[in-house]
Design a binder for this molecule. Structure first.
Ligand SMILES: Nc1ncnc2c1ncn2[C@@H]1O[C@H](COP(=O)(O)OP(=O)(O)OP(=O)(O)O)[C@@H](O)[C@H]1O
Ligand SMILES: [Mn+2]
Length: 269
């Protein structure tokens, strides 16, 4: 008679690495003599792990957490395409209680980890803007596809390299991305022209900005128009990150230092 253990051993058979998400010290130490590569993934290296990947955010959603951990590990050359990984995480609050086996394929590496971890703006601000763009892409504006351009971080410089197309509805307000009311406002204003400018800490500085960055040396895929070009170029001229939702192909793209770093179909996110 086979036992439950026999059936479930398959989950960890022949894995190339074990990713331990925010383990306790005692749990981590149990892996000390293992032959398999052990990587600790957490916001901080509290357990003094030898091999550690820093999560830019805690990520309540376990799938997001695992996806980011794997992408971070790929960025640090700890994992490669084709690797089999056992991810051990905590779903409830009681310590490591879940095991997920993942095959690393190229689709898992979207560039989003680098975007969150290495932008000038706070990771949570990038995430909140990114989520507004994804949501707008999924639903559109009253069922119609809509485009939007968010320039995040280094807002003072971005303001210097742009001009208003209309009065700024955020002029005297102190509203931040991530606030549900603000998300409704952003979606409403996205029907109108120009870019949103967001500060490093997430304050919405302006809507309706016409960006006027120097575009020389900016090399983005052919076929993208003025919204994407100006978004890309402003990130070369300033230390900002641009998150762009295309009205014509529905994709969300991000640009850093004048380059396309991420391209995601909201329907698949
Ligand atoms: N320099 C700019 N600064 C801010 N917004 C801009 C700028 N240029 C274009 N836009 C905005 O982008 C909108 C779409 O322009 P365009 O079609 O050329 O861009 P695109 O890159 O093809 O984007 P989409 O894929 O959404 O069509 C414009 O209506 C305008 O609101
Ligand atoms: Mn266009």
């Amino acid at each position: 008679m086979a036992s439950l253990t026999d059936h479930l051993t398959d989950l960890v058979a022949d894995v190339d690495a074990a990713l331990l998400f925010s383990p306790t010290s005692s749990f981590y130490e149990r892996f000390a003599d293992d032959e398999v590569e052990v990587v600790v993934v957490a916001p901080d290296n509290d357990v003094d792990a030898e091999t550690f990947v820093e999560l830019p955010l805690p990520f309540d959603n376990v799938k997001d957490r695992i996806r980011f951990g794997i992408e971070g590990a790929i960025d640090e050359d700890l994992l490669a395409e084709g690797d089999e990984v056992a991810c051990v995480a905590s779903v409830f609050d009681g310590g490591s209680d879940a095991l997920v086996r993942v095959t690393v394929d190229e689709g898992i590496h979207t560039g989003i980890f680098d975007l969150f971890a290495n932008s000038r703006a706070e990771p949570s601000v990038i995430r909140d803007v990114f989520e507004v763009a994804i949501e707008l892409g999924k639903k559109g504006q009253k069922g119609k596809p809509v485009g939007a351009l968010f320039v995040v971080g280094d807002a003072g410089k971005v303001m210097n390299k742009s001009r208003p197309l209309s009065y700024n509805p955020f002029e005297k307000s102190h509203v931040h991305v991530g606030d549900p009311i603000v998300n409704v406002m952003l979606k409403e204003f996205s029907r109108l022209d120009g870019a949103f400018v967001v500060s490093d800490s997430g304050k919405i500085v302006s809507a309706y900005r016409y960006l006027e960055p120097a575009a020389e040396g900016v090399d983005i895929p052919k076929g993208l128009g003025a919204r994407h070009m100006s978004g890309a170029a402003i990130t070369r001229d300033t230390n900002s990150t641009a998150i762009v939702l295309s009205e014509s192909d529905g994709l969300v793209r991000a640009f850093k230092a004048g380059e396309l770093v991420l391209e995601i179909d909201p329907e698949e996110y």
